[in-house]
Design a protein. Sequence first.
Length: 282
Amino acid sequence: MTASDALRRSRIPLADGQGAIPAVGFGTLIPDPVATKQATKVALEVGFRHLDCAERYRNEEEVGAAISEAIGAGTIRREELFVTTKLWNSDHGYEAALHAFEKSQRRLGLGYVDLYLIHWPVSQLRDESWRALVELQRRGSCRAIGVSNYTVRHLDELLGGSSVVPDVDQVEFNPFLYQEELLRYCEEKRIQLEAYSPLTRGHRLRDPVVLEVAKTYSKSPAQILIRWSLQHGLVVIPKSARPERIKENSEVFDFEISAPDMSRLDSLGENLHMDWDPTDAL
């Protein structure tokens, strides 16, 4: 099996039966719109079938255009893809969230969204926003719904007020931010945990332990960090605008990190947040 085949076939079933999410996705938070579209096209060519974007990233049109061109060229089918976008903070509330989704859907131009996430747990409004996402799923506008940057406390609150369990919680997660309590909680509640910034935005790729483990398996540090997330049962969404790095990030299914090496990587936790820290979000 080629690396591209392995990438396309590695999927994790969602608990509510709304399909399966590809285990490795392509993060699209790339500042330049032209670069975003080109990188997305490269990712599709390499074999990525999971694309993660957001209203906040201002890139839904570019991601949608890259997908539409690939579909138009006959190189991919819409049903092969798993496309995620997110509700931004300024659009919280029931009616506002419904309208925001409609705008995202139009910008993407794909007919439906595979996964719609609340991007951040906005105080006082997030329960109403969740109710809107439940309605969107009921309508069939999005197949799966979830949250992002939710801690155990935020998830407990959501589940205390809704019978609908999020399919996904997307959070910053890597060996240097090893959120073991959250991981165990999500496993118990059958919420798929998804890791953004799995490569620490490059800040810990030269860590001595990561370098040593990478040498052991003849892999790059980035591949080691991605594989670490996979072996913890996470979905992982690395990003890069460079074609060679996009390809490298996809080649993570031909090796397995041993239990002792996993433990060494687990021990690197230092509560390192390269992005937002939702710990104190009310």
